[in-house]
Design a protein around this ligand. Structure first.
Ligand code: DAH
Length: 355
């Protein structure tokens, strides 16, 4: 049974559905969306007046039109919700866009550091001895008199104590502390740590109370070597040092041992290497002698072995020790030792990159 009033209501609902979807879809801001929502779902909307008219309808029509009304309202509500979240998202996008950093520039690279010339030389020395089967150790720079002197057979009144211009460290209750004047106390510490065989080298800083000049600093670097085993001879010492200097300074290098005195070795020797600047012919670097003094060495004195409780009848060994600041200076053509301490970046960055 056709009822024009019902048809009209259904037509309005269909029209409102279409109009509503269009309005909601066209809203490009939250304000526009709110206006559209009020217009199609609000109290004064055509949809609301259809709803109000439902009460006057007969049961069957009311159900029919009411159901349709609910469908249209739900469709429009979910369209509003969907549109709202789309608008939220694009607001977020706009914010991100406005906040974005332009990372398309080429950028600046951090400058890689470079190794200090002393580090380069120290690592080379350590590498060579490691290949010869030696262990590389580090020792304390604050020492006590016993390790630095007494155990090395340098008694209280020995001239070596004053010759070394010792810097004492003022720690109450520890009157015997000092800055090590050489790396030799590590001979003692290594032997105290365990029984032979021992094959070690120890690079590090040493301190002597000296005037600062182009050639001297109160802090400089030495490397100590110690080999203790059964049947070690002076020939082993010479062969080891020769192998070492040929690796470090070139296969043509010669070494020369001349008698010298150090209280902790007997016999003791001064070690010289043929000049690696002129090849031995004589130049300014070697003082026109063809030889460069590099270290002291010798066979470990029995008293030193006894000081650490080793059986001097069974074990023999050799020791050597000397500075490598001068080697680094000659090698890199550095005219003044103070440059090694200035840490001027223009100087440092000329050396090989760290790694
Ligand atoms: N320690 C000595 C110094 O600083 C150098 C030295 C000489 C070390 C002879 C030794 C050695 O191991 O056997 O002057």
């Amino acid at each position: 049974m056709a009822d024009p009033a019902i048809d009209e209501m259904l037509r309005v609902l269909e029209q409102e559905r279409a109009r509503g979807l269009e309005l909601i879809g066209a809203a490009s801001s939250h304000e526009e969306l709110e206006r559209a929502e009020v217009a199609v779902l609000g109290r004064k909307s055509p949809l609301a007046s259809v709803q109000r008219g439902l009460g006057a309808l007969a049961d069957e029509n009311r159900r029919r039109v009411g159901q349709r009304t609910n469908e249209v309202r739900e469709t429009l509500r979910s369209a509003v919700a969907e549109r709202r979240s789309t608008l939220d998202r694009s607001a977020d996008d706009r914010l991100l866009e406005a906040d974005a950093l332009d990372v398309t520039l080429s950028g600046r690279r951090p400058r890689p550091g470079s190794l200090h010339p002393l580090t380069i030389v120290q690592r080379e020395i350590a590498d060579i001895f490691m290949r010869l089967g030696y262990q590389v150790l580090d020792g304390p720079e604050v020492e006590d008199e016993w390790h630095n002197f007494d155990a090395l057979n340098i008694p209280q009144d020995h001239p070596a104590r004053t010759m070394m211009d010792t810097t004492f460290v003022d720690v109450p209750g520890h009157p015997e502390l000092l800055l090590r004047t050489h790396t030799s106390p590590m001979q003692i510490r290594t032997m105290q740590a365990g029984p032979p065989p021992i094959y070690v080298v120890v690079p590090g800083r040493v301190y002597r109370n000296e005037q600062i000049t182009a050639k001297n600093m109160p802090v400089f670097h030495q490397v100590e070597g110690l080999a203790i085993d059964e049947g070690i001879s002076f020939a082993d010492l010479k062969g080891t040092l020769e192998a070492f200097y040929r690796e470090l300074l070139g296969p043509e290098r010669q070494i020369r041992l001349t008698p010298s005195f150090f209280p902790f070795v007997e016999p003791g020797a001064q070690v010289e290497v043929s000049c690696f600047v002129c090849g031995g012919g004589g130049c300014r670097t070697c003082g026109f002698t063809g030889w460069i003094e590099t270290m002291g060495a010798g066979m470990v004195h029995p008293r030193v072995l006894e000081a650490v409780g080793y059986d001097a009848e069974r074990w023999t060994g050799f020791a050597f020790g000397g500075g490598y600041d001068r080697l680094a200076m000659i090698r890199f053509g550095i005219p003044d030792i103070r440059i090694l301490w200035e840490n001027d970046i223009r100087f440092l960055e000329q050396f090989e990159a760290s790694g």
